[in-house]
Design a protein around this ligand. Structure first.
Ligand code: UDP
Length: 309
C-alpha cells in the first residue's frame, strides 16, 4: 500500500509510521513540525519506502496516488493548542477538507484521529460513542474540541455525500516512546520531573481522572479500524482509570523514587473524569488494549531517559 500519514513526525504518527514500514508499506510522511519532531523520523529518512515532506496540510498539495490516508495532523497537547488556537482550528477544518478532497480524488480510504475531547467534561461515565458530549464552544479548550467535532462532521458529510471511504477513531489519552518530554501533558511532565528530581506538579487536588493507553495498543487499534468497513466513530483507549494523584504515585513507584508533589491551580474547563467505553471496539475490531500501565510506564521512562540524555 501507499500510505500517507499526516502528522507523521508527531507522537502517535511516528509510532504508526514505524508499524506501517515494518509491514512493508510505502509511507509518505507529512508534518509541519509545529509540534512534530524531525528527530523522531531522522533514522527513517534514507529508507527506500519512506519519504518525508515538511509541509502544512492547510496548503493543498499532491503526493501522487495513495491507498490509505491516516490523517493525524493536529496539535494535541493542551499547552500547545492554547498557544496555537487558530492553527488548531485551521488544521481541523481546512486541513481536514484538503485531506478529504485528496481522498475523494484518489479514491483513497481515510482515517481521522479524533479525540475523547469531543465528549468535553462528560456527564456520562464511562463515555460511549453515542454520548454527544458536554463541550463549551467558547472556552479555552474549544479550539481543539470544536475543531475535532467539526472534522468529524466533515468526515461524515464526505462519506454521505461523496461516498468517501472514511474512518473515525476517538483516541483517548495515549502515552509511550516518541512522546515529547516537554509537551506539558501529564505523563511527560511527571516522568521528566521525576528524572530531574523536581516535584511533580499536580493540578487541582488531583482527584480528576484519566485512562492511559500505551501507544502500541493505540496503533494496533488504528490499524484494525482502517482494515474494517465501519464509518461511525470508534473509541480507542484503555478503560483502566486513575486519578491524577494515583497517576503520580504510580509513576514514583515505577521510577523507584520518593513522592514529591506540589499542588497547583486546576486549569479552566479541565474535564473531571474520562474513561472510554470500548464495547464497540471490542465488537467491531476485536480489539482491546493489552499493555498494563506499569509495564508501559517502564518502557516510556526508559525512552525518556535516553531522549533527555
Ligand atoms: N495535569 C496535572 N499536572 C501536570 C499536567 C497535567 O495534574 O503537570 C492534569 C491536568 O490538569 C488534567 C490531566 O492531568 O486533569 C491530564 O492532562 P493532559 O494535559 O495530559 O491531557 P488532557 O487529558 O487534559 O487533554
Amino acid at each position: 500500500m501507499r500510505v500517507l500519514v499526516t502528522g507523521g513526525a508527531g507522537f502517535i504518527g511516528t509510532n504508526l509510521v514505524r508499524r506501517l514500514l515494518s509491514e512493508g508499506h510505502y509511507v509518505i510522511c507529512v508534518d509541519n513540525l509545529i509540534t512534530g519532531k524531525k528527530e523522531n523520523i531522522e533514522d527513517l529518512l534514507d529508507k527506500e519506502n519512506f519519504v518525508f515532506f515538511e509541509q502544512d496540510i492547510n496548503e493543498p498539495t499532491d503526493y501522487g496516488d495513495v491507498d490509505w490516508i491516516f490523517h493525524l495532523a493536529s496539535i494535541g497537547s493542551v499547552y500547545h493548542y492554547l498557544n496555537h488556537p487558530v492553527e488548531t482550528l485551521k488544521t481541523g477544518g481546512i486541513g481536514t477538507i484538503n485531506m478529504l478532497e485528496y481522498a475523494k480524488e484518489k479514491n483513497a480510504r481515510i482515517l481521522f484521529s479524533s479525540t475523547s475531547e469531543v465528549y468535553g467534561d462528560p456527564e456520562v461515565h464511562p463515555q460511549n460513542e453515542d454520548y454527544r458530549g458536554n463541550v463549551s464552544s467558547i472556552g479555552p479548550r474549544s479550539c481543539y474540541d470544536e475543531s475535532k467535532r467539526y472534522a468529524e462532521a466533515l468526515m461524515m458529510a464526505y462519506h454521505r455525500k461523496y461516498n468517501v471511504d472514511t474512518r473515525i477513531a476517538r483516541i483517548f489519552n495515549t502515552y509511550g516512546p516518541y512522546m515529547d518530554p516537554d509537551d506539558r501533558r501529564v505523563l511527560p511532565n511527571f516522568i521528566s520531573q521525576g528524572l530531574k528530581g523536581e516535584p511533580m506538579t499536580i493540578y487541582g487536588d488531583g482527584s480528576q481522572t484519566r485512562s492511559y493507553c500505551y501507544v502500541d495498543d493505540t496503533v494496533e487499534g488504528l490499524m484494525r479500524l482502517m482494515e474494517t468497513d465501519y464509518h461511525l466513530p470508534v473509541n480507542i483507549g484503555n478503560p483502566e482509570e486513575y486519578t491524577i494523584l494515583e497517576t503520580a504515585e504510580i509513576v514514583c513507584e515505577v521510577m523507584g523514587i520518593e513522592k514529591n508533589f506540589v499542588f497547583m491551580p486546576l486549569p479552566e474547563d479541565d474535564p473531571m473524569r474520562r474513561r472510554p467505553d470500548i464495547t464497540r471496539a471490542k465488537e467491531i475490531l476485536g480489539w482491546e488494549p493489552g499493555v498494563k500501565f506499569r509495564d508501559g510506564l517502564k518502557e516510556t521512562i526508559k525512552w525518556f531517559q535516553k531522549r533527555l540524555q
